[in-house]
Design a protein around this ligand. Structure first.
Ligand SMILES: [Zn+2]
Length: 184
């Protein structure tokens, strides 16, 4: 139980930190060769935090949708954290000119925007077209994003949420959402 609780908080951290943590916390006796996946929803506005009753209602609904999950949880952080898609990340591109962005360039910008606890999402000059965009405005495939609040189901085995389910979660949380499918 303690290990799964820690795993949930691990998802909120940056990618390199998360990988280190997962190696250190994953019990060797628990499904060592099987990968895990999460379905997570975050507000499109990184600063948005729903009320406690909104979060609990959305949690109850996601539990109904994903009854086979290992666990369904929500967390709120004081700072804006990176919500990554793990091994599902295939490409990053410019929201202005659609050019592909180099992942090493992106990693350097991630490090610059992070102070050890959270992200600022400051405007960044893009190398492709010279436009400005924050890390949260770049186009990620699979999608990933930044937020203080996250609601997630671990190993739900439900595939993708459909539009109606996302709309319902959005209504319950009171904000437009981003859906993140994380695979590690
Ligand atoms: Zn561009």
């Amino acid at each position: 139980m303690q290990a799964t609780a820690r795993m949930a908080s691990v998802v909120s951290s940056t990618l390199p930190a998360r990988r280190r943590l997962i190696r250190s916390v994953r019990p060797t006796t628990q499904r060592p060769a099987v990968s895990d996946h999460w379905v997570a929803v975050i507000p499109r506005d990184p600063e948005y935090v729903p009320s406690s009753s909104q979060a609990k209602a959305a949690l109850a609904y996601l539990r109904e949708l994903a009854t086979e999950s290992d666990e369904v949880t929500f967390t709120t952080d004081d700072r804006i954290l990176f919500r990554d898609c793990g091994e599902n990340l295939e490409s990053i591109s410019c929201p202005i000119c659609s050019a592909a962005l180099d992942q090493d360039w992106w990693s350097d910008r991630m490090a610059e925007d992070h102070d050890g606890l959270g992200f600022y999402l400051r405007p960044i000059r893009l190398p492709c077209c010279g436009g400005d965009a924050s890390l949260n405005q770049l186009l990620y495939s699979f999608d990933q994003g930044f937020s203080r609040f996250i609601l997630q189901a671990m190993n739900p085995n439900i595939g993708r949420l459909d539009d109606q389910q996302v709309a319902r979660l959005s209504d319950l949380l009171g904000a437009p959402l981003r859906v993140i499918y994380q695979h590690i």
